[in-house]
Design a protein around this ligand. Structure first.
Ligand code: NDP
Length: 316
């Protein structure tokens, strides 16, 4: 049978490109889990995805109720789940004041980490029930959270500290909207911190569940896809200069189509079944197992993050 993959945030950028790449193989049915149904429908048509190769389902990661409802709707649709891709993200690089999810958590960490954390935990049961030969749970990481890279050293640097802000509920009214508990809000850092959470969560899932379930847990840095909507809130000059800068100076630029193929590989390539890996690609577009920074691979921090996140999403 064809595999079924759920991709969050498949209405643009990397998620859409991966949805298209997988649907085109004829071996995958793609469930596009998106907050804006119409936008997703237009995007799928615009990308030339064949009718019947995908289903769009509503998911707003800024609401834990919506995450639970998505899981109910998906189960009611009666499809198996063979692969889950936690791809959606928001990035508010110039924001100096926080915004909040329906549950009152700072938006970048709420959407990118907490919403996906709940989704992954709930859908792990479905992945376990699947009879597909290689079941995978993938969470998008990024170079920017990795302080062992050049890009990861551009200020403000990521850093979760002792997680006191997260433990306090990431609310600015009576605490901090930043994970490390800093008083001032920095949107760029909040995004990078959320990506560290993504990479730590993948590894903790691997430690807790890989042996018992056989599910492959993976993360990846798909390259710098400088043209996606992720940079929509950046200043206009940045948006103008960032793509050529990445193309000609850092040479880290990848097209949306190429990044989509990379993510599709992590979903379906028979040679990428190893669990607990953070994949990257070299200049010849060959995949390799990359090293994470010390913080992004700290098992003690991953455990603490897991326990606090469980409380915040109502699993503990
Ligand atoms: P885009 O902004 O193009 O896509 C992000 C997607 O997330 C959109 O579909 C967006 O929906 C969706 N989304 C945002 N908020 C929510 C929400 N509350 N609920 C549900 N969906 C939501 O960005 P990219 O394609 O570039 O990013 C995809 C992933 O790749 C991210 O995890 C990012 O961190 C990662 N990444 C990107 C890099 C890059 O260079 N672009 C580099 C490294 C990693 P909508 O269309 O409705 O806005």
């Amino acid at each position: 049978r064809e595999g079924v993959v759920v991709i969050t945030g498949a209405s643009s950028g990397l998620g859409l490109a991966a949805a298209k790449a997988l649907a085109e193989t004829g071996k995958w049915h793609v469930v596009m889990a998106c907050r804006d149904f119409l936008k997703a429908a237009k995007a799928a048509k615009g990308a030339g995805m064949a009718d019947g190769s995908y289903t769009i389902m509503h998911l707003d990661l800024a609401s834990l109720d919506s995450v639970r409802q998505f899981v109910d709707n998906f189960r009611r649709a009666g499809m198996p789940l063979d692969s889950l891709v936690c791809n959606a993200a928001i990035y508010r690089p110039t924001a100096r004041t926080p915004t909040f999810t329906a549950d009152g958590y700072e938006m970048s960490v709420g959407v990118n980490h907490l919403g996906h954390f709940l989704l992954a935990r709930l859908l792990l049961d479905d992945l376990q029930r699947s009879d597909y030969p290689s079941r995978r749970l993938i969470i998008l990481g990024s170079i920017t959270g990795n302080t062992n890279t050049l890009a990861g050293n551009i200020p403000p640097k990521a850093g979760l500290g002792d997680l006191r802000g997260l433990a306090g509920g990431l609310r600015s009214q009576n605490g901090s909207a930043m994970i490390d508990g800093s008083e001032s809000f920095d949107g760029a850092k909040a995004y990078k911190d959320s990506k560290i959470c993504n990479m730590l969560s993948m590894q903790e899932l691997h430690r807790r569940y890989h042996e018992d379930t056989g599910v492959t847990f993976a993360s990846l840095y798909p390259g710098c896809i400088a043209t996606t909507g992720l940079f929509r809130e950046h200043i206009p000059l940045f948006r103008l200069l960032f793509p050529p800068f990445q193309k000609f100076i850092t040479k880290g630029f990848v097209s949306e189509a190429e990044s989509g193929k990379r993510l599709a590989q992590v979903v379906s390539d028979p040679s990428l079944t190893k669990s607990g890996v953070y994949w990257s690609w070299n200049k010849d577009s060959a995949s390799f197992e990359n090293q994470l920074s010390q913080e992004a691979s700290d098992p003690e921090k991953a455990r603490k993050l897991w326990e606090i996140s469980e409380k915040l999403v109502g699993l503990a």
